[in-house]
Design a protein around this ligand. Structure first.
Ligand code: HEC
Ligand code: HEC
Ligand code: HEC
Ligand code: HEC
Ligand code: HEC
Ligand code: HEC
Length: 412
């Protein structure tokens, strides 16, 4: 290889490397910063989502590729105060305003530059992603379709089929042997002959002692088992998930919108009852928000109607201890520092509330045996802790050790 061709090759290679470096950095510059996008997502959902979507027109226009239509300066001015932009005589702004029936957009004058940048980054990212598949609209009032576990049924059917096959082969096999022996009847002894010529007598079989004992044993076992299971599940309503009169969704409100549980369940940290919110609390938002993504205007109309007629919403109660048991929320949430989800499960993921825990006496007592008391910043417990440390009992001071499994603590 000549010298020139080597240097030629080297220079070409370096050019290639520089070029590829250039293109990757350019790409990296264009790639949205995930932190910025997720910040923008939060801001968008909190402030803009009520009127805008990226791919569809809602109250306001679809915001897809808006940063290509308008520059950042215009957009910042618009988002901070759209009426000012309209008043300045900007043609684009006036056309848009007229097209949308002169409904003014809310002003976000407190938005800082980086917040506007974040929202726009989110809109850009969503524009590239393409429209999400629309979730199917759920019909209000229709109970959710129950999923039946079919695997166990299929296994059962298979077992029965196999058993029947085995039985028929046995019968066929038996008759073949019988016929074979009949041919050789002459060579058989008296006793064997009797056996071969024996007719199958069903009545005799049913009347036999053996048969009766087996059947009655079977019967007793099944009955006892059913009674036992029944007794264990009396009053246990685990997984109870009633259909509610209004399709209120915790997934939407507590999950996606991150509204604090305490905002609606005002007693959960300070009293015995957690409380179900009155319709006034819903109206804090629903005087403004009139449409939801799943039911359109229909779902929220029910909330507004309840507010206007003053008739309380008849929520179906999900969790319900019998009157003989005493349970106090603040004792568990505030004093013991237990999270709602520990007892109620992932409520913020539930479309419809479901009873997550069995709520049986055994469930309460198990937890009292396992859970250490929360003695942090609680002077009342300092003395008890010392007594506990001096006692023969090893390990942390459990709820059990402060008397939480005495019958009288939970039963009046
Ligand atoms: C109360 C409803 C409402 C809210 C909330 C709202 N907008 Fe708007 N927006 C509109 C309407 C309506 C228009 C159409 C122009 C008009 O009528 O003023 C619009 C227009 C726009 C435009 C111009 C679109 C285009 O095609 O050029 C942008 C950009 C925009 N909005 C961004 C936002 C952002 C970002 C937020 C949240 C920070 C937001 N909007 C919140 C109602 C709203
Ligand atoms: C926007 C108001 C709101 C927020 C926020 C909210 N809830 Fe609820 N919650 C309700 C309403 C209304 C009901 C009654 C209807 C139902 O069961 O869906 C309810 C019912 C419940 C129930 C069942 C009550 C029963 O009947 O036994 C539990 C448990 C519950 N919420 C826990 C939570 C937890 C935990 C959080 C926080 C992660 C939370 N909620 C956040 C409004 C709210
Ligand atoms: C902090 C504000 C806020 C409170 C309080 C609130 N909501 Fe909502 N709710 C919203 C918003 C915002 C939406 C629309 C969600 C969306 O567009 O993703 C909504 C949607 C809904 C929907 C429509 C669901 C759909 O997808 O169509 C219903 C029904 C509803 N809320 C009922 C209630 C009830 C009942 C209460 C009171 C227990 C309540 N909301 C309290 C903000 C609130
Ligand atoms: C130690 C378990 C436990 C924890 C922790 C807990 N709950 Fe409960 N919750 C229960 C039980 C048990 C009931 C049924 C009470 C009854 O029927 O008297 C209940 C009932 C409820 C109800 C129905 C209305 C009522 O007051 O009876 C709501 C709403 C509720 N809880 C919300 C919450 C919220 C919100 C939190 C967190 C701040 C929370 N719970 C934490 C066990 C718990
Ligand atoms: C997730 C664990 C947990 C579950 C489930 C639970 N508890 Fe508790 N409970 C505690 C803890 C921890 C304490 C100790 C709180 C304290 O420091 O006073 C406690 C305290 C109590 C006390 C006060 C005891 C005393 O000595 O003053 C009562 C009453 C009580 N629980 C009733 C119940 C009932 C009724 C249930 C079932 C419906 C239940 N708890 C379910 C953890 C639990
Ligand atoms: C930590 C709280 C707690 C303690 C301590 C406790 N219980 Fe219970 N008990 C309950 C709860 C909750 C129920 C309701 C459970 C249900 O409906 O399945 C219950 C139910 C009962 C029932 C009625 C059973 C039924 O099927 O209706 C009896 C009887 C009972 N308890 C006796 C006792 C006795 C005796 C003690 C003391 C050895 C005791 N309990 C201690 C929480 C407790």
């Amino acid at each position: 290889m000549s010298k020139t061709s080597i240097s030629n090759l080297v220079s070409r290679l370096s050019l290639l490397i520089i070029l590829s470096f250039f293109f990757t950095t350019v790409r990296a510059d264009n790639a949205p910063d995930p932190g910025l996008v997720s910040k923008g997502e939060v801001l968008f959902k909190e402030n803009c989502k009520t009127c805008h979507a990226v791919h569809t027109q809602e109250v306001g226009p679809a915001l897809k590729d808006v940063t290509k239509r308008r520059d950042v300066k215009w957009l910042s001015a618009w988002i901070r105060n759209s009426s000012q932009v309209i008043a300045s005589g900007d043609k684009y702004a006036n056309d848009l305003y007229n097209k949308f029936g002169k409904s003014p957009m809310t002003s976000f004058s407190s938005f800082k530059d980086d917040e506007i940048k974040a929202v726009l980054a989110y809109i850009d990212a969503e524009s590239v992603k393409g429209p999400e598949k629309k979730e199917e609209k759920v019909v209000i009032g229709e109970p959710p379709v129950e999923k039946v576990d079919t695997t166990s049924t299929i296994i059962l059917i298979l077992v029965v089929v196999v058993l029947i096959l085995v039985l028929t082969t046995l019968i066929v096999f038996l008759s073949v042997i019988k016929r074979f022996l009949k041919d050789k009847e002459a060579t058989l002894t008296e006793a064997d002959k009797e056996l071969v010529n024996q007719k199958f007598d069903l009545v005799a079989v049913v009347k036999s002692k053996m048969f009766i004992t087996i059947v009655s044993l079977l019967f007793v076992t099944i009955a006892v088992r059913a009674c036992w299971l029944g007794a264990l599940s009396i009053g246990v309503e685990q997984n109870y998930e009633p259909v509610q009169p209004i399709p209120f969704s915790h997934k939407q409100h507590a999950g996606e919108m991150k509204i604090n549980c305490n905002y609606c369940h005002t007693g959960a940290y300070k009293s015995k009852q957690a409380n179900i919110p009155s319709v006034n609390i819903c109206m804090n938002c629903h005087t403004h928000v009139k449409e939801g993504p799943r039911f359109g205007a229909e779902g929220i109309a029910k909330v507004v109607k309840a507010y206007e007629t003053g008739a309380p919403i008849k929520w179906v109660r999900v969790h319900n201890l019998p009157d003989l048991a005493y349970f106090n929320h603040s004792q568990h949430t505030t004093v013991a520092g237990i999270e709602c989800q520990k007892c109620h499960g992932p409520i913020e993921e539930m479309e419809v509330v479901r009873q997550h825990s069995p709520l049986t006496m055994g469930w309460c007592i198990n937890c009292h045996r396992e859970t250490a008391v929360n003695s942090k910043d609680n002077a009342y417990y300092d003395k008890l802790l010392k007594v506990h440390a001096d006692s023969k009992k090893k390990g942390e001071m459990k709820a059990e050790d402060i008397g939480a499994i005495d019958c009288s603590k939970c039963h009046y």
